[in-house]
Write a protein of this length. Structure first.
Length: 242
């Protein structure tokens, strides 16, 4: 009996009877070890990517106002509000089953960011990564990568944006609508869709204006993968916030 088999035999003798091992032979042990090493490498790579993205973008992008937002503390008094809450919670509960994102549209202060943050907080609790970012902030961060001495390139930033589990664009409609901005947004949405990673949209605009602002190519991709679409057509909550 060679050394590896001898060690494996002693290992089995010491193992409690109720525990079923992941391997029964030396070859299976080596295969299991390689698999675990690959999983560890993947986990470390993902943690490093999220850490880089947090450093340059500022954590998850969930603001101080919304970091404690949950589905339970969303005020849903009307049928429409309860339906919005149900759809958002259902999206979080079934995250990963489809690669479609979501579009939350409606007036300012109606709870779009609350439910988006509730989704994000749920995903973070489940060990997933999320980033909420406005287009102006994204473009500002991209411009910083062009500065002399920057340790982060545009390509690296876009790679990390395309790798996050859920990317949410906030305040869609306030962008300057220039060609460079449109190309960057299209590149990100197109790559995320190709990788079956969802993208969320928060906007005050109705559907027709959203299409005009983003362009048909981007909106067409956002329609893929069974997205969740919710209209927030009620009065602002903000006057109640102390």
């Amino acid at each position: 009996m060679n050394t590896a088999n001898s060690v494996l035999t002693r290992f089995f003798k010491l193992m409690p009877k109720h525990i079923k091992p992941k391997f029964n032979t030396v070859d299976e042990l080596f295969a299991w070890h390689r698999e675990q090493s690959m999983l560890d490498l993947k986990r470390i790579t993902e943690e490093n990517r999220v850490r880089r993205l947090n450093n340059i973008m500022g954590n998850s992008g969930i603001s101080e106002l919304h970091k404690h937002c949950t589905f339970d503390n969303f005020e849903a008094l009307t049928t429409e509000q309860r339906q919005a809450k149900f759809k958002a919670k259902n999206y979080a509960d079934n995250f990963g089953k489809y690669f479609g994102g979501f579009v939350f549209s409606g007036h300012s202060g109606t709870g779009k960011n609350h439910l988006a943050a509730a989704i994000g907080n749920r995903l973070i609790q489940n060990g997933l990564s999320i980033l909420i970012v406005t287009f102006p902030d994204l473009m500002m961060r991209l411009r910083k990568t062009y500065e002399s001495g920057s340790q982060y390139t545009e390509s690296q930033l876009i790679d990390d944006l395309c790798g996050v589990d859920l990317l949410v664009f906030d305040d869609v409609g306030v962008q300057r609508n220039n060609l460079n901005e449109e190309l960057v947004i299209f590149q990100i949405v197109d790559r995320r869709t190709s990788s079956k990673k969802p993208t969320g949209i928060l906007t005050n605009l109705p559907q027709q204006q959203l299409t005009e602002i983003l362009g048909e190519r981007i909106v067409d991709r956002l329609r893929m993968g069974k997205p969740t679409v919710v209209s927030f057509n009620w009065s602002s909550y903000r006057r109640k916030i102390q």
